[in-house]
Design a protein around this ligand. Structure first.
Ligand SMILES: Cc1cc2nc3c(=O)[nH]c(=O)nc-3n(C[C@H](O)[C@H](O)[C@H](O)COP(=O)(O)OP(=O)(O)OC[C@H]3O[C@@H](n4cnc5c(N)ncnc54)[C@H](O)[C@@H]3O)c2cc1C
Length: 555
């Protein structure tokens, strides 16, 4: 599996000339790289940090059309997203799973608002007709007892009935990684921890590549005919490096999630709960299945607020936690406290600031999730906005623009292009442990089994109480370009997003486990653990104060 090798990729980056250089290894960038390489373009991608380390590992992990966007009148966007949902279900079938969602219909003072129930029913019909049907099931109404069975902690006195509709879920960071690896398998040169420092221009001002700085290495130039800026909330930095002017085209919107023990909520499907204070809703999503209809954790999110701090660090604040806990506790009969929270995560949506509608006064939740492909005078192409779900369509539009610039033609191939791991695997009649591996590795599960066959101790849990195996960490450093402890604990596995304390307490053991493969000395192990401890400590500190207080502490 040498196609995803960092040092080989660095050598080729320095020596080859590319048709396309993509800056940014989030879902947008890796999608563009796969689209470009599969159309026959010689493609390179550089990621400054780790794949998906920006927004693409911090989403709500839904592959969805977004019922809310339909209610906002974005029919075209929802249609497109539901079509993409179906394509991703087919092309990455091991990673994407159908997830039923329940919308409870609550009574006010013992009375059900027929108007609300009818409006919801109509919206769900619209969702199904817009493309929801493609999943093979359409929405249905549940009686009170059926609804309660899906989440027994809901207050039965207030619950009248519910609707169930269907969407899908996927581990965002793994989808991003799988697409990066698939692009590499098709011949793209893909590398993490290698940022674009400045853009390179020829004498006519045309963008012809970037000067890059690989971690622990000397900087060098990467040459390409077309440069594509897919840097998410950092896209304006790249554009400033291109033109010298900050276009202020991105309006970052922060969203957080919290994880709590499942036994406090006991929902066996995702549930949409209302936030009374601002007419929004939150998703309550069961996580880490036990295989018998019960789960170990539930995560709840997300918020949608303007963000004015540095885009290099967004944290979940005390206010964010209060907002989510208040909404959750208003919807259940149990009480979930701050002490119950096992993990949090926070991400920034790279929303496009439109020249007309979206003034600073409008709420970020009302801004469109559409994407935008823009050309700079230098020829650099920037792709911004969009959603995890629509990454493929975004990539198609971006590569169409690149081909036009190159004066070439090639048909898009990604509509039916299988992602690595999605070939020939069976997800039927599996135990929880087998299902865990198959839904993360698909046909590559065989490689994990081989690692275990050679060293049976690697079948032990990586973090006690979580489903990940030690063998998965070894696979991550050998085949998935994981180069830090955080890569393994935050993105190759999602341990940090599930249970911070458990993960932290066993971080040294994980560092020692992967050290031989990464050639780490004892000092390097100490450094990796210290940096992970620091990351966790900052996250914990941010959760104890307001966002303003946390930002002021960094000033
Ligand atoms: C809270 C939240 C919930 C969401 N939920 C959903 C959901 O459920 N479903 C859905 O479809 N969408 C969802 N989204 C939207 C989705 O997550 C984003 O649209 C998507 O992840 C953005 O990906 P990106 O690649 O554009 O940005 P990023 O993932 O941020 O990637 C940009 C990358 O560029 C790199 N970079 C920056 N500067 C440089 C440089 N100089 N050189 C090299 N690399 C550089 C960064 O390190 C980063 O990795 C959600 C977003 C948020 C914030």
């Amino acid at each position: 599996m040498t196609f995803f090798d960092r040092s080989a990729a660095l050598k080729r980056l320095a020596s080859d000339h590319f048709d396309v250089l993509v800056i940014g290894g989030g879902i947008t960038g890796v999608g563009v790289a796969l689209d470009a390489v599969s159309r026959g373009l010689k493609t390179a991608l550089i990621e400054r940090d780790d794949f998906a380390s920006g927004t693409s590992s911090k989403s709500s992990k839904l592959i969805h059309g977004g019922l809310r966007y339909l209610q906002q009148g974005e029919v075209r966007l929802v249609y497109e997203a539901l079509h993409e949902r179906q394509r991703l279900r087919r092309n990455a079938s091991h990673l994407v799973q159908v997830l039923p969602f329940m919308i409870p219909i609550l009574t006010k003072d013992g009375v059900v608002s027929k108007k609300i129930a009818r409006a919801l029913g109509s919206a769900l019909w619209m969702y199904d007709l817009t493309g929801g049907w493609r999943i093979g099931k359409i929405h249905r109404r549940l009686k009170q007892q059926q609804a309660l069975a899906h989440m027994p902690t809901m207050p039965s006195a207030k619950l009248s009935s519910a609707y169930v509709y269907y969407d899908a879920t996927a581990d965002d960071a793994r989808v991003c990684l799988a697409i990066a690896r698939t692009a590499a398998q098709h011949g793209a040169v893909i590398v993490n921890r290698c940022g674009a420092k400045t853009l390179l221009h020829d004498n006519d001002g045309k963008a012809i590549g970037a000067r890059v700085t690989p971690i622990n290495g000397a900087e060098f130039d990467v040459r390409a005919d077309v440069v594509i800026n897919a840097a998410g909330v950092w896209a304006d930095e790249i554009r400033q490096s291109d033109t010298g002017i900050d276009p202020e085209s991105i309006r970052p919107a922060k969203g957080i999630h919290i994880t709590v023990p499942w036994k406090l909520v006991r929902n066996d499907i995702a549930v949409v709960i209302p936030v009374r204070s601002d007419k929004r809703s939150l998703f309550v999503v069961p996580w880490v299945p036990n295989g018998d209809g019960t789960f170990q954790y539930t995560y709840i999110g997300t918020t949608d607020t303007d963000y004015s701090g540095s885009v290099n660090e967004s944290q979940c604040s005390s206010d964010d936690i209060t907002y989510v806990l208040d909404a959750l506790n208003a919807s259940i009969t149990t009480t979930v406290t701050r002490e119950d929270i096992t993990a949090v995560w926070s991400g920034l949506r790279p929303l496009v600031r439109s020249s007309e509608g979206s003034t600073l006064k409008s709420k970020t939740q009302d801004l469109s999730r559409k994407h935008k492909v823009e050309h700079s005078p230098s020829g650099m192409i920037s792709i911004t906005g969009g959603k995890l779900t629509t990454y493929r369509r975004m990539a198609q539009d971006t590569v169409n623009a690149a081909l036009a610039q190159l004066g070439r033609r090639a048909r898009c191939r990604t509509k039916r292009l299988s992602v690595i791991g999605s070939h020939e695997f069976s997800a039927k009649d599996l135990s929880a442990a087998e299902s865990h591996l198959v839904h993360r590795f698909g046909s590559e599960t065989a490689a994990i089994n081989e690692i275990v066959a050679a060293r049976p101790d690697l079948a032990e849990p990586l973090i006690n109480g979580l489903p990940y195996l030690k063998a998965e960490a070894i696979f991550a450093v050998r085949n998935e370009m994981a180069t830090t402890l955080d890569d393994v604990l935050s993105r190759r596995t999602r341990a940090l997003l599930i249970n911070r304390r458990a993960t932290l307490s066993q971080a040294r053991g994980v560092a020692e486990l992967i050290a031989p493969d990464l050639g780490w000395s004892v000092q390097e192990i100490d450094k990796q653990v210290a940096s992970f401890v620091d990351l966790c400590a900052r996250e914990e500190a941010a959760g104890a104060v307001t966002e303003a207080e946390f930002l002021a502490s960094n000033a």
